[in-house]
Design a protein. Structure first.
Lengths: 284, 259
């Protein structure tokens, strides 16, 4: 009833009066937003020019490089299958490094995730401290971790696994914790109300519902990990990356071409499988 | 009659200064079935959760079976909570576990942490849980997964979990607010009959006055964090009801509000 009366308070004649065109063009945009947009693009253009002059990019180098592209391309186009056994062996090593890293990291991460998830952490301040430590681990690039591991362990797969465990675990802990925070509240409340202890809440209340989402996170991380191990092989972490690095340095482009194809096919396959796994999990 | 629960001067202030409870006194005697009514936001949920300390009250005491509860010792808190069952608006089951397992969760408070983690429920408990489920009409659903059930069935699992605790008191927080009228009456009947036949005192939050009047032995009215009515259903006059729901009259009769 109230709404009807308030609507009638605006007689139709009043609306007509304000809607009359006054001869001037009507501005459509929002003035402040327009001004902000223009300022933003002007600043971006200035910044771009400053950056170009700073890097001292030379046009000559660029044109020279362009002219040599057909040459390199034709070399890469020729494929040699001589290195096939070495390359498959290397690719397999890379996948195994990725797999081991993920498995070890999952074991390390699961309990730690429950320690830092805000809604179930048993000691609030300890959870927060752990969170900051993980932040520090994540801000150090993966390549640096692997190089540190290579420096202390020497070249090879061992260094690869060790170096990758840090960034992988911190990624998994963070993702697991986010999942726990997203899905747990009502169950936690019910489990606390029956007098369940922390471990009982985690194992009986939360884990049953979290296993599938966790598996989805793990499969996604494995996919990333395979791509990462290929790259990190180049800094000495073992696997196919070592071979690729050699071929590039010795200009063995025919072998390199086969290597690139193997990497492409493998990563493509891993991504396909992991996507399939995740969409299956989502439907359960 | 023994006093089950004695709440005195309960105050809950949230950070920012909002007072959810402004000094509530409440006594629950053995076997009582008390409906707590009031509009949404009146503090009904906070009151219930302050009793088993899912929410830590700011001031006041809660004495359960003559013992004043506090959160100082995790072990005694678990022991108190084990003796107080709770039923939730959204059932709060572990969706991916079996119906039977969900009911057995009611025993966790009495088990050692490790035995609970490993799921080593005793055979007597398992038998009791199956019997209970059969009694509430879920005999065919025992081994289904909890999320395969309908809302009304899920709530009956929630009730069974609470009964499984062999509690002295059951707290039910809007148990029928997410259910259709038919399931609502089945669920209310189930709560009522089980509490009465086992001598369990029950404190149930409701916003439907008719339902409260139908089941309750006593009605408590809450408004703006304070108790404004405490008496038998007959004593609850129309004026009193309008006073409690002032400004939120539409909530009085709402069945499935779908909050």
């Amino acid at each position: 009833m109230q709404q009807e009366t308030s609507f009638q308070a605006y007689p139709s004649s009043k609306l007509e009066k304000t809607g009359k065109p006054s001869g001037k063009k009507i501005r459509v945009g929002h003035r402040k937003t327009q001004l902000q947009n223009r300022l933003f693009f002007a600043a971006a253009a200035v910044l771009f020019l400053v950056c170009v002059s700073f890097l001292d990019l030379s046009w000559e180098q660029f044109t020279n490089g362009l002219s040599s592209i057909p040459n390199i391309a034709s070399k890469v186009m020729t494929i040699s299958f001589d290195a096939l056994p070495d390359l498959t062996d290397g690719m397999l090593t890379s996948i195994i490094i990725a797999f081991l890293t993920v498995v070890i990291s999952v074991v390390l991460s699961i309990l730690l995730a429950f320690l830092i998830a805000e809604n179930i952490t048993p000691v609030k301040w300890a959870g927060r401290v752990l969170r900051y430590i993980l932040l520090v681990i994540r801000t150090v690039p993966t390549t640096i971790w692997v190089l540190l591991a290579v420096a202390s362990m020497g070249f090879g797969s061992m260094a690869g696994v060790l170096g990758l465990i840090f960034p992988t675990s911190s990624y998994l802990i963070k993702s697991f914790a986010a999942q726990i925070e997203e899905s747990g509240d009502e169950t936690i409340e019910a489990m606390r109300a029956v007098g369940a202890s922390w471990l009982q809440i985690v194992f009986k209340g939360l884990l049953p519902g979290l296993l599938l989402p966790f598996l989805a996170i793990v499969s996604f991380r494995f996919e990333m990990e395979v791509a990462e191990t290929v790259m990190l092989g180049m800094v000495g972490a073992g696997g196919i990356g070592v071979l690729l690095q050699d071929y590039i340095s010795y200009y063995e482009f025919a072998d390199l071409a086969l290597g690139i194809i193997i990497v492409f096919v493998t990563i493509f396959a891993v991504e396909l499988i992991s996507n399939r796994v995740r969409s299956r999990l989502a439907r359960r | 009659m023994t006093t089950i629960l004695k709440v005195e001067g309960l105050v809950k202030a949230y950070t920012g200064g909002t007072l959810a409870l402004k000094g509530i006194d409440l006594t629950v005697e053995e076997g009582e079935f008390i409906a707590v009514i009031g509009p949404s936001g009146a503090g009904k949920s906070t009151l219930l959760r302050s009793i088993n300390r899912l929410i830590e009250p700011t001031e006041g005491t809660v004495a359960f079976l003559g013992e004043v509860m506090n959160s100082n010792s995790k072990r005694s808190l678990r022991r108190w909570r084990a003796q107080i069952g709770m039923i939730f608006q959204h059932y709060n089951l572990v969706n991916r576990s079996s119906v039977l397992e969900n009911v057995l969760h009611g025993r966790l408070g009495y088990m050692s942490p490790l035995a609970g983690v490993l799921g080593r429920y005793s055979e007597e408990d398992k038998q009791a849980a199956v019997d209970l489920l059969t009694k509430v009409g879920l005999g065919n659903e025992v081994f289904k997964r909890a999320d395969e059930l309908s809302g009304g069935q899920m709530q009956r699992v929630g009730i069974s979990r609470a009964i499984m605790q062999q509690p002295k008191l059951i707290l039910a927080d809007e148990p029928i607010a997410s259910l259709d009228p038919k399931s609502s009456s089945v669920v209310m009947d189930t709560i009522y009959e089980n509490c009465r036949s086992r001598g369990i005192a029950c404190l149930v939050n409701l916003h439907q006055v008719e339902v409260a009047k139908k089941y309750a032995t006593r009605i408590v009215g809450i408004k703006g964090g304070a108790k404004v009515f405490d008496g038998s259903p007959e004593e609850l006059t129309e004026e009193m009801i309008y006073d409690i729901y002032q400004g939120k009259e539409h909530e009085m009769h709402a069945q499935a509000s779908g909050e």
